[in-house]
Design a protein around this ligand. Structure first.
Ligand code: SAH
Ligand code: SF4
Ligand code: F3S
Length: 376
């Protein structure tokens, strides 16, 4: 009987895709996927660090594995991802859970095969060097007829609330020829949707003199085959007209744009270091709606950023109504250690954040209702 693995993934699509890479390595090593965590010989937790809640859940769920390890000492338990890319968190896990065998971060994901086959007792692999992009890793794709294709790693933006630049390093774009080769392969294999992934896809190529994002999109659409193309995530400061034009003109591109605004208040946007104003954001939305009439626009909102007053929050609600989004992901601001906003004064209470997030959910419902009744 073959050995089995079970992977639990937290966080965004980048993590989902990286779990597909881990699964690819495990498959190559002769493992099969287990339906139940209890039957797995290798258990992996691929973690997220974006908000406190995501990290708390990992501590709770990894803690619960103690019993499984006691029943079978040969099980290998690994914890990886964005949370364990933070040295203090990796150290804490290592000390707190002696039954965890392997702990590693996003920067050394490509070494997983080596870690798996190492016969040493326990391993805590921490590396601050993000240079390697891990080309040529195998994949075991698990997202139906959608194939995730990473176009770049990392983020340079340092929004003041966000942990991502610390746990994913600076922007590194993959070579367009490697991306196009991968897409040709997945199209040949029959995937019907290709989703290009990056924290800030609009700055694709800027770090290495590659073609720009709109050129990449054009080249992807030139590939023969019956497939659709989506991408995420776009940063409003870098979304240029050429990208909007390509989406408008090309049938292969889905008419969907996820454009996180975070806040509708210029004061808060500045404190967040987002590098655009509400006026600029609204003008981009106007351009998108004019050029792509049937477009679906979605967004991310953070409520309760330090110093966010009722007036600032009202500005966000007003912007939401003006854009009339097709979907909103609203989050309560969560303090992340090591970020600039961690030390900002006037942190907002949990109760107030909760009230604001619920108000946004309510607004979203009203917009949906209006749309179903035929209004825009
Ligand atoms: N790169 C993407 C966002 C990735 S993180 C972008 O810039 O648009 C996904 C979302 O998580 C963000 O858009 C933001 O709304 C939310 N987020 C990030 N850090 C957060 C924090 N500290 N507290 C609450 N929400 C946060
Ligand atoms: Fe985080 Fe901002 Fe980078 Fe998005 S652009 S990953 S929110 S720092
Ligand atoms: Fe979370 Fe890391 Fe994605 S922090 S949101 S899994 S990049």
């Amino acid at each position: 009987m073959s050995m089995k693995y079970y992977i639990t993934t937290y966080g965004c699509q980048l993590n989902v895709h990286e779990s597909e890479k881990l699964a690819g390595i495990l498959k190559e090593e002769g493992y099969e996927s287990a339906d139940d965590i209890k039957d797995a010989d290798v258990i992996i937790f691929n973690t997220c660090a974006i908000r406190e809640g995501a990290e708390d859940r990992v501590f709770g769920n990894v803690g619960a594995l103690k019993k499984l390890k006691k029943e079978n000492k040969n099980k290998i338990i690994a914890v990886c991802g964005c949370m364990t890319q933070q040295k203090e968190k990796a150290d804490k896990l290592y000390k707190m859970f002696p039954f965890v065998d392997i702990i590693f971060g996003t920067s050394n994901l490509y070494k997983f095969k080596e870690f798996l086959n190492k016969k040493t007792k326990r391993l805590l692999a921490y590396d601050e060097d993000f240079n390697l992009i891990g080309e040529n890793m195998p994949f075991y794709r698990t997202s139906g007829d959608n194939a995730w294709v990473n176009i770049m790693q990392g983020c340079n933006n340092f929004c003041t609330y966000c942990i991502v630049p610390y746990v994913r390093g600076r922007e590194r774009s993959r070579k367009s020829e490697d991306i196009l080769k991968e897409i040709k392969e997945v199209v040949r294999e029959g995937y019907k949707k290709i989703t290009l992934l990056g924290q800030n896809v609009n700055s694709y190529g800027k770090d290495c003199g590659e073609i720009c994002f709109s050129e990449l999109l054009k080249k992807v659409c030139e590939i023969d085959g019956d497939f659709k193309v989506a991408f995420m995530t776009s940063h409003p400061k870098d979304l240029t007209s050429d990208v909007i034009d390509v989406i408008a003109k090309n049938d292969k591109l889905l008419k969907e744009i996820h454009l996180p605004v975070q806040s509708g208040s210029n004061k808060i946007l500045e404190k967040m270091n987002r590098k655009y104003t509400r006026e600029k954001y609204l003008s981009i939305i106007e351009e998108i709606k004019t050029k792509i009439p049937d477009v679906r626009i979605t967004t991310d909102i953070i409520v309760g950023f330090p110093g966010e007053t009722e007036e600032d929050f009202e500005q966000t609600c007003d912007l939401i109504k003006k854009v009339s989004y097709d979907g909103i992901f609203a989050f309560m601001y969560s303090i992340r250690e090591g970020t600039i906003a961690e030390k900002m004064p006037n942190q907002v209470s949990f109760e107030e954040k909760n009230r604001r997030v619920n108000k946004i959910l309510q607004l979203e419902k009203e917009i949906k209702k209006g749309k179903n009744n035929g209004n825009n």
